[in-house]
Design a protein around this ligand. Structure first.
Ligand code: IPM
Ligand code: MG
Length: 355
């Protein structure tokens, strides 16, 4: 069996962490007798450098004819002054939109071997952390009307937050389905005490909830959620939230599990095509130094083989290999400042631990 994977390494640490994920996938492929057909495409700053477009049409075409997409990261200070539509980040936002990937799944799990690296006190995390963040990915303030204009007090800039009921309903269904397969607790996070879009969000989520009687639904304001995540993270099972709040809360959820360098994500739509990427960014300060943590990228590859390719045993074997390597004491610099191995060495060790 052969699977077509579009590989968009992007900028900063994107290429080095993605290379480790490819290494681990090849190791799994040889052990399980399957083939991966990797084709690279351009996205982000590197795509702008080569084509003046952060998302060339060829990249979209490549993704559409692939079984899945593995992405590194985009962005860097070099491109900070570019007009918005040329910025690397637009490459990422536009590929999500172009492929209709409205559901972003970000699992924040405290790996037992990393308990020491968790910044929260033992008594707070004694019951573990196992949160699935479901972030709406193609709507809200990221994609609604924005601009700059001359106002009464000088130039003003604005962004608007807008959701329609169809967008809310489809992401809510994804979250309810995941919750009903997990611990049946769904917390929908919004700012319905202030925002109109959040009020609609809450009422549509309530309505969808009527078809999922087995799931316990509650609502939480986003400011309180930010606090509850550090006060009592074990209370959360599945979190459903919008694009902006999901961006912020998933970084927080990542950090409380030890490091943002270990959190993977899957971006899904109504079809089988999915895009898999670490939730961390391009980390330009450490790019090219071979010190980044490749685990988020490797775990994203595991999500890819499970969700888009349906190869659960291979996914499990990659996840086990990550756990074993951490239990053996291997750490990258983000997890241990004193005693650490390089990004590529971590990739080698995890590849060897795939059985
Ligand atoms: C993420 C990132 C992106 C986002 C940026 C790079 C545009 O922070 O995937 O969380 O805001 O969605
Ligand atoms: Mg983010």
């Amino acid at each position: 069996m052969s699977y077509k994977i579009a590989v968009l390494k992007g900028d900063g640490i994107g290429p080095e962490v993605t290379d480790q994920a490819l290494k681990v996938l090849l190791s799994a492929a040889s052990k399980y007798g399957i083939l991966f057909d990797f084709t690279e495409g351009l996205i982000g700053g590197i795509a702008y450098e080569k084509t003046l477009n952060p998302l060339p049409q060829e990249t979209i075409d490549l993704c559409k004819k692939s079984d899945a997409v593995l992405l590194g990261a985009v962005g860097g200070p070099k491109w900070d002054k570019l007009p918005n539509e040329k910025r690397p980040e637009m490459g990422l936002l536009n590929i999500r939109k172009a492929l209709g990937l409205y559901a972003n799944i970000r699992p924040a799990v405290l790996i037992p071997a990393l308990k020491k690296e968790c910044p929260l006190k033992d008594e707070i995390v004694n019951n573990g952390i196992n949160i699935t963040v479901v972030r709406e990915l193609t709507g809200g303030i990221y994609f609604s009307e924005k601009g700059k204009r001359q106002g009464e007090f000088g130039i003003e800039a604005y962004d608007t937050d807008k959701y329609n009921e169809t967008e809310i309903r489809r992401i809510a269904k994804v979250a309810f389905k995941l919750a009903s397969k997990k611990n049946k607790k769904l917390v929908s996070i919004d700012k319905a005490n202030v925002l109109e879009s959040s009020k609609l969000w809450r009422s549509v989520v309530e309505e969808v909830g009527k078809s999922f009687c087995d799931v316990n639904l509650s609502h939480m304001y986003v400011d309180n959620a930010a606090m509850q995540l550090v006060k009592n993270p074990s209370q959360f099972d599945v979190i459903l939230t919008d694009n902006m709040f999901g961006d912020i809360l998933s970084d927080e959820a990542a950090q409380i599990t030890g490091s943002i360098g270990i959190l993977p994500s899957a971006s899904l739509g109504d079809g089988t095509l999915g895009l898999y990427e670490p939730i961390h960014g391009s980390a330009p300060d450490i790019a090219g130094k071979n010190v980044a943590n490749p685990i988020a990228s490797i775990l994203s590859a595991a999500m890819m083989v499970r969700i888009s390719l349906g190869l659960d045993d291979i996914a499990k074997s990659i996840e086990n290999a990550v756990n074993i390597s951490l239990e053996q004491g291997y750490r990258t610099q983000d997890l241990d400042k004193e005693s650490y191995i390089s990004c590529s060495k971590m990739g080698d060790i995890i590849s060897q631990n795939v059985v």
